[in-house]
Design a protein around this ligand. Structure first.
Ligand code: FAD
Length: 394
């Protein structure tokens, strides 16, 4: 049986970053993905400043974007009505995951990770530390990273389910070519296009990515919501071309793994509960998981990988918890109209929101500024939420 220091399952941003970081540090790495690359992944492809910073820190160069993929104008709407166009926003970039993920996976393989893409996993044995592929080959590992996305089989084997349905988000998207907006058109964000979520229009070179997303529990009729959103934009959206996927929406796993098995990216629930951004956190957590594997293996204690990884993830977990505290003020049906009014009135609030979207600000700062602006109702919601967060959440 072939032995690897590290096996990574899933070659998206989290797995690709982990495999690259570990292979470059000299570990023997196997990178497994059920798909061959390039492959599609349902995603708006909005790459924030945070994601670009993590990418550069891992791969040692800027993520390449053409000028028409860099946006600095954002058109905010509430129930279709304009509530502010910002023309000098921090740069937000748009990518097609088909290209971006192939580039990331290619770099991991280029750094020396062994290529097991296009291979399904048929069995995981955590006590023997082996992964069996459907072609019958068994691979042994020191540390295993499950970066296999929201429907993670590794998480399911560890915890009985990939995610908790009560807290999961869901997104629907279409790549619209008719009409296709000019690639120079601004990004559009529609607050309240979905309950506990929003709608988006991302004009790209060959298509426009249009989507709605939010907490699944708040949107039992998400398909109708998507149809209404497309109608409001004047876009024909045949049902067959609309695709949907679960999206962790802030309910991260406080314990992202067990001993020598780590979960990264969506598999660990690391998506922002307000903006839905997951690419940056996937890259970052992949790197942190690889770093934990490197140090645990160097200490000849692979079972300590989780302890090391959890410690490294603390700042990210803190920030996601903070975002969950703020979320009701923006999305709760009783509060969202007052938020939209404040948003339309206040340039500062719009700026702060954009800075968050772009990954140029953290939630700690905005929490206090929001608290000063909020009507009493909002403050009460925040307090109630804070009590809930600290008493029962992960
Ligand atoms: C509709 C929608 C829109 C979104 N828009 C944005 C956005 O604009 N910006 C943003 O930052 N985030 C966005 N996200 C979130 C973002 O897509 C994810 O957070 C991000 O892709 C997570 O990366 P990952 O590497 O953890 O997982 P993934 O990108 O899902 O990669 C997981 C990989 O694991 C592989 N895999 C799965 N199961 C197995 C298995 N059993 N064996 C082997 N391989 C397996 C898959 O083939 C895949 O390649 C969006 C999500 C949705 C659903």
């Amino acid at each position: 049986m072939e032995h690897f220091d590290l096996i990574v399952i899933g070659a998206g941003p989290a797995g690709g970053a982990a495999a690259f970081w570990a292979a470059r540090a000299g570990l023997t790495v196997a990178l497994i993905d059920r798909k061959s690359f390039p492959r599609d992944k349902l995603c708006g492809g909005l790459v924030t400043g945070r994601a670009r910073r993590h990418y550069a820190a891992i791969f040692g160069h800027e993520m390449p974007f053409d000028p028409d993929q860099r946006k600095t104008t954002v058109d905010f709407r509430h129930r279709g009505q304009p509530i502010g166009v910002i023309q000098d926003a921090p740069t937000l970039c748009l990518a097609m995951r088909w290209d971006m993920d192939a580039m990331i996976c290619g770099q991991a393989l280029g750094a020396g990770a062994r290529d097991f893409t296009g291979q399904e996993v048929s069995a995981l044995n955590f006590s023997a530390r082996t992964v069996t592929l459907t072609d019958g080959r068994a691979l042994a590992y020191g540390v295993l990273i499950g970066a296999d996305g929201v429907n993670s089989q590794v998480a399911k084997r560890l915890f009985g389910q990939s995610f908790e349905r009560a807290h999961i988000g869901f997104g629907l998207e279409i790549e619209a070519t008719d009409p296709h907006l000019s690639p120079d058109a601004p990004i559009r964000i529609d607050l309240a296009a979905a309950q506990w979520g929003y709608g988006w229009v991302f004009p790209k070179r060959r298509s426009t990515t249009i989507g709605v997303g939010g907490l699944l529990s708040g949107n039992p009729g998400m398909k109708r919501t998507m149809a209404a959103y497309c109608d409001s934009l004047g876009v024909t959206a045949p049902e067959a071309r609309i695709k949907g996927q679960f999206l962790p929406f802030g309910h991260f796993r406080r314990t992202p793994g067990r001993n020598a098995v780590l979960l990264a990216g969506d598999a660990a629930g690391l998506v922002d509960p307000i903006t839905g951004e997951g690419i940056g956190h996937a890259l970052h957590s992949g790197q942190l998981a690889a770093e934990a594997a490197i140090s645990a293996l160097a200490a000849h204690r692979p079972e300590t990988a989780l302890r090391r990884y959890r410690r490294a993830l603390r700042p990210l977990h803190r920030s996601l918890r903070m975002a969950r505290l703020i979320r009701p003020v923006i999305f709760a049906p009783a509060l969202e109209p007052s938020f939209a009014r404040a948003f339309a009135r206040s340039t500062t609030l719009r700026r702060q929101f954009l800075d968050l979207m772009a990954g140029d600000a953290d939630y700690g700062g905005i929490l206090w500024r929001l608290a000063l602006r909020l009507p009493r109702l909002g403050l009460m919601a925040l307090q109630r939420r804070r009590i809930e967060e600290y008493t029962k959440s992960p």
